[in-house]
Design a protein around this ligand. Structure first.
Ligand SMILES: Cc1cc2nc3c(=O)[nH]c(=O)nc-3n(C[C@H](O)[C@H](O)[C@H](O)COP(=O)(O)O)c2cc1C
Length: 176
């Protein structure tokens, strides 16, 4: 049964794109994507996030330096997803900070919304956070959590087959 065919389709079409076309992305598309990000749920509706679009050569160069892979240079746009730990909900029972959970939901909204518009993205977390903090002059308490390159996939890049655990390995009814 597929109750939500369009969401199912978008989830299947989203993939980690590591080669982008030089085609510019219309800024209205970035705005549309960010409007979907804004709708993401968060613990206690704290929305402990901030997103920064790279807007200059030095910012783009800092992103490439922070994640020195050739492919990332091909992306026409980058969004740095940041968490605001002081604004996040902390669970009463154990104090768990939910910043990462909330920012992750918002980032996936971004990736799915971009996919719906025919754009491609890739989560990037393996970057040098200090370089990003400095390049974007992030204020105290704002942690860069992920960099998301955005663009149209390069010619010949197609959605790869998904390598995923089978449902029975990740889902059960009742206790172990
Ligand atoms: C939290 C997170 C961090 C990731 N960091 C990186 C990264 O630093 N570099 C990279 O190339 N891919 C990164 N990825 C992409 C994953 O490798 C990718 O999502 C996974 O292999 C599944 O492939 P798919 O996204 O194409 O379905 C990251 C994904 C997530 C969710």
């Amino acid at each position: 049964m597929n109750a939500y065919p369009s969401l199912y389709h978008i989830a299947k079409e989203r993939f980690s794109c590591r080669a982008y076309a030089p085609t510019p992305v219309d800024q209205s598309e970035i705005a549309a994507v960010m409007d979907v990000v804004r709708l993401a749920p968060s613990a206690c509706n704290r929305q402990p996030w901030f997103f920064i679009q790279a807007d200059s050569t030095d910012e783009r160069e800092a992103i490439v330096k922070s994640y020195p892979r050739e492919w990332i240079k091909t992306a026409p746009e980058y969004i740095v997803a940041c968490g605001l730990h002081d604004e996040a909900w902390h669970r009463a029972s154990d104090g768990k900070d939910h910043t990462d959970v909330d920012v992750s939901i918002a980032v996936e909204h971004l990736c799915l919304a971009a996919t719906a518009l025919g754009l491609a993205t890739c989560w990037v977390c393996n970057f040098d956070t200090e370089l990003i903090r400095q390049a974007f002059r992030l204020p105290e308490g704002m942690e860069p959590i992920a960099i998301i390159p955005i663009g149209y996939p390069a010619e010949g890049v197609n959605v790869p087959a998904k390598t995923r655990k089978p449902l029975e390995d990740i889902f059960r009814k009742g206790k172990f």
